[in-house]
Design a protein around this ligand. Structure first.
Ligand code: CDP
Length: 212
């Protein structure tokens, strides 16, 4: 089974994806980490994230076995990630790894921006997770503060909106729901309620299939 979970920044898709993968015993890939890793490699080497040639080289050289998740989640990396992610060559270079991951038995949950539209268009279930920008910013602030990072809520909100806009407007695999995606609005849901709503959708699709 392949489950695609897409949505804008800090919508809760990662948390839902992890829990879904755990109960269905599927592999999980946070595809944002891949773009973040390319971005961090660029920043570490002193390259501008919009240097297409260097970004492609960094994407080709990527080793997902060596990801330092905490370092990749830093806000400076988020912004650079959305710049490198707009580069079609970078996306193309990272496609095979994601597709191979998705089809690894017994299946996988992948979260990102283009899983249901580009990486796994034949996924068994597609969720598009949304929440209002204010709620997403508040969640991201809590997450960053829990990791000891001093953050300003207005700055976080501005960062989310800027990235959403860039991610939605790019021509290469823009952020948008697949036509057959199920919308899940987590604005008023706790983590647990969002997870249960996701399970309901997945079970609905699975039962519907069995009946046919
Ligand atoms: O955790 P958050 O939602 O803030 O971001 P993320 O999922 O780690 O993604 C970071 C950036 O990578 C996004 O702003 C996108 O530009 C890019 N990305 C993408 O283009 N395609 C994906 N499948 C995943 C992430």
């Amino acid at each position: 089974m392949i489950i695609a979970i897409d949505g804008p920044a800090a919508s809760g898709k990662g948390t839902i994806a992890k829990k879904i993968a755990s109960i269905y015993r599927l592999h999980h890939l946070d595809t944002g980490l891949i773009y973040r890793a390319v971005a961090k490699a660029m920043l570490d080497a002193g390259h501008s994230p919009d240097n297409g040639k260097e970004a492609l080289a960094a994407a080709i050289a990527l080793d997902p076995a060596n990801f330092d998740e905490a370092a990749l989640k830093a806000p400076a990396v988020s912004e650079a990630a959305s710049v490198v992610a707009a580069n079609p060559d970078v996306r193309q270079a990272l496609m095979n790894y994601q597709r191979a991951f998705a089809t690894k038995p017994p299946g996988a949950v992948l979260d990102g921006r283009d899983i249901g539209t580009v990486i796994a268009p034949d996924a068994d279930v597609k969720l598009f997770v949304v929440a209002t920008p204010e709620v997403r910013a508040a969640r991201r602030v809590m997450e960053l503060r829990a990791r000891g990072e001093d953050t300003d809520e207005h700055e976080v909100l501005a960062d989310l909106l800027r990235r959403d806009e860039r991610d939605s407007r790019r021509t290469a695999a823009p952020l948008k729901p697949a036509p057959d995606a199920h919308l899940l609005d987590t604005t008023h849901l706790s983590i647990d309620a969002a997870f249960r709503a996701a399970v309901d959708i997945i079970e609905g699709v699975r039962t519907g299939r069995k009946r046919r």
